[in-house]
Design a protein around this ligand. Structure first.
Ligand code: PLP
Length: 384
């Protein structure tokens, strides 16, 4: 049923992004292989950095973050939540949380498969064993079997950490209200911890937001997020972790040993950007993403791909058309034949799986359009 962490070197797992991007550049392909968001808020970031530059200092800042940024992040979640700890991105928030949970006696992390390919490395460096529950990809859209999740979680008890990402990378699964209620009940019944990877929180096209408040009431829930996706600033490297008292302290200690603190200038700028990019603008960006998703879905299905429809996030998963032969690396064939670069998902699975490719629609509408124009070429090989 479950599998342990891949033994493949983590560098090879993360190296696939660089390899595909280099191939895309070499062959002038439209690069849909990476999770880099369209830079829709660069103007706001530049203005914020310029305005804050004269006031910034270049020394250590409080490890938990500047009071200004902590207040801004707290404002995203509302009253009654634990104070956020500022980190160097959601990746570091996840690492700090897992180190903190390991310190507290947890030894196994359970996530959904396919999974974000950085998760196994994060489990490994924090000394946790990894297990996974497969997402059902046989239907038109991804689906989670809650009975299977319950069966996997039960034996872990208080040693277990359930790591959930909704909207989910790479499937775009958005958990429904009943599923979240069941997750809450499982956390309460088994005493495990719930770690929410909230990095795609503002990219839902269908389905509810995470019921943060209800989940926090368990006293065993932590939320890891960051500016990378919602504020289109993956290179700014700012994230946050909201966790109950003891875990927050342990995670903050881990963060102090990982990166110590985040730069003052970036935190100051982020306060401005979080205020300026309000809910209405975030919703506007999500609407534009939804249109790009629909365009890409139509192009893929029109070109013979089998797709899984995502309810959120930045990606469409698709299987190449069966009416032509594919070599051992369909993503490379597609890149060479059609000029569209997708990500092979071998590193997102531990079980035998269909040769899914992941296409990002976080690129510009123009790039989606160009990919849509090229995709029909996927049906013919170069030599035919
Ligand atoms: C599911 C998931 N979690 C975390 C991250 C990393 O976020 P950050 O850039 O804030 O470290 C990504 C980035 O693609 C992601 O897809």
């Amino acid at each position: 049923m479950s599998t342990s962490t891949s033994t493949e070197p983590d560098s090879q797992v993360v190296g696939v992004y660089q390899r595909m991007t280099a191939l895309a550049a070499e062959h002038s392909a439209v690069n849909l292989s990476q999770g880099i968001p369209e830079p829709v808020y660069d103007t706001e970031w530049r203005a914020a950095l310029t305005a804050e530059m004269p006031h910034a200092h270049f020394q250590y800042t409080p490890s938990a973050g500047t009071p200004g940024l902590r207040a801004s992040v707290a404002g995203l979640y509302g009253d009654g939540f634990p104070a956020p700890v500022t980190t160097s991105g959601c990746t570091e928030s996840l690492a700090a949380a897992l180190f903190g949970l390991a310190d507290d006696g947890c030894d196994t992390v359970l996530w959904l498969e396919p999974f974000y390919s950085y998760y196994p490395g994060l489990a490994r460096i924090t000394g946790m064993a990894a297990r996974s529950v497969p997402i059902d990809l046989t239907g038109p859209a991804p689906r989670l079997d809650m009975d299977r999740l319950a069966a996997e979680l039960a034996p872990l008890g208080r040693r277990g950490v359930l790591l959930l990402n909704s909207p989910h990378n790479p499937t775009g699964l958005v958990l429904g209200s009943e599923e979240w209620a069941a997750v809450r009940a499982l956390v309460e019944r088994h005493g495990c911890h719930l770690l929410i990877d909230d990095v795609y929180r503002d990219f839902r096209y269908r389905g509810p937001a995470v019921p943060y408040e209800a989940l926090m009431e368990t006293g065993r829930t932590a939320i890891a997020g960051g500016v990378s996706k919602s504020y289109a600033a993956a290179g700014v490297r700012l994230g946050w972790l909201l966790a109950p008292g003891r875990l927050a302290r342990r995670a903050e200690t881990a963060h102090m040993h990982l990166s110590n603190c985040a730069p003052d200038l970036l935190q100051r700028a982020a306060v401005r950007v979080l205020a300026e990019v309000d809910t209405a603008r975030l919703e506007g960006t999500a609407g534009a993403y939804r249109r790009k998703r629909d365009h890409l879905l139509a192009a893929l299905t029109g070109s013979g791909f089998t797709v899984s429809v995502p309810d959120g996030g930045h990606f469409v998963m698709a299987v190449p058309p069966a009416d032509r032969p594919w070599g051992p690396e369909p993503a490379v064939d597609l890149l060479l034949d059609a000029g569209v670069c997708a990500l092979p998902l071998d590193h997102f699975f531990t079980r035998p799986h269909t040769p899914w490719l992941r296409f990002s629609f976080a690129v510009s509408a123009g790039q989606v359009e160009e990919a849509a124009r090229r995709l029909p070429r996927a049906r013919t090989t170069r030599n035919t």
